[in-house]
Write a protein that binds this ligand. Structure first.
Ligand code: SAH
Length: 226
């Protein structure tokens, strides 16, 4: 057997042996950190995060930390994915969701398991291709992908019950808020450097209601496509 095959076989077995225990430890940690939504916890327990990172990092996939996915981008920390998803779902029924920043596709897969349809925009084509392949492998079929600038949202399918942004703009992009359905929820990181916060924006009868949730650390939302 070729060396790289041996390595990948060892990796697979390593994952096989440790995954159940480390996955349960991760779920316990999410619960302690305030994730209470049973469906969110179920999906976080079931989804194989190790398939969303490079094989060399697979053994760390069930740690509660962000990991590099290439192009200077990261797969978000599991806690953050769970927190954002829970925030999106707890305000009301969520049928259609726009995701800005597909990245590895992990958050996309979490959303796809919980809502009817997900629309996901990414500005780096190769990341989007990989994400699309992963979701195909996992037989996730309710996601549409757009290669484009998420600052513009995706007007073709608007309005959305929920919009989730996984990279940080400096302020709430008005175009995205405008693509929210009445009573829809936008969840996004906002700000620069080490002064970012997670925000929830809800569309109301008179405009928008903003709530600051907690400090976070995301890559910046960058205008235009790569
Ligand atoms: N949810 C992803 C996060 C990836 S990091 C995951 O967990 O894997 C954020 C992603 O947002 C990167 O892939 C980056 O390329 C993308 N991004 C940044 N600015 C963007 C923009 N204007 N439009 C679309 N995607 C953008």
């Amino acid at each position: 057997m070729a060396a790289h095959m041996l390595i990948s076989e060892a990796n697979r077995r390593g994952i096989g042996m440790t995954s159940q225990r480390t996955r349960e430890r991760l779920i316990a940690r999410l619960c302690e950190a305030g994730i209470t939504h049973p469906d969110v916890l179920r999906v976080m327990r079931e989804l194989p995060r190790h398939l969303f990172v490079d094989e060399a990092l697979a053994s760390r996939a069930y740690e509660d930390s962000p990991l590099p996915i290439g192009h200077g981008q990261t797969i978000s920390q599991p806690y953050t994915v769970a927190r954002m998803t829970q925030t999106l779902l707890e305000h009301g029924p969520c049928d259609t969701v726009l995701e800005v920043g597909t990245g590895s596709g992990f958050q996309t897969a979490v959303l796809a398991a919980l809502v009817r349809r997900v629309y996901s925009v990414e500005r780096i084509a190769s990341l989007q291709d990989c994400a699309q392949q992963r979701l195909r492998l996992l037989k996730v079929r309710n996601v549409r992908f757009l290669y484009g600038d998420g600052f513009l949202g995706w007007s073709d399918y608007a309005p959305y019950d929920g919009i989730l942004v996984t990279a940080a703009p400096r302020g709430v992009p008005r175009v995205l808020a405008d693509q929210l359905a009445p009573t829809g929820t936008l969840v996004l990181p906002m700000g620069e450097g080490d002064r970012q916060v997670l925000m929830r924006v809800i569309r109301t009868a008179d405009g928008f209601e903003q709530l600051v949730l907690e400090p976070v650390s995301f890559v910046p939302l960058i205008a235009g496509v790569a």
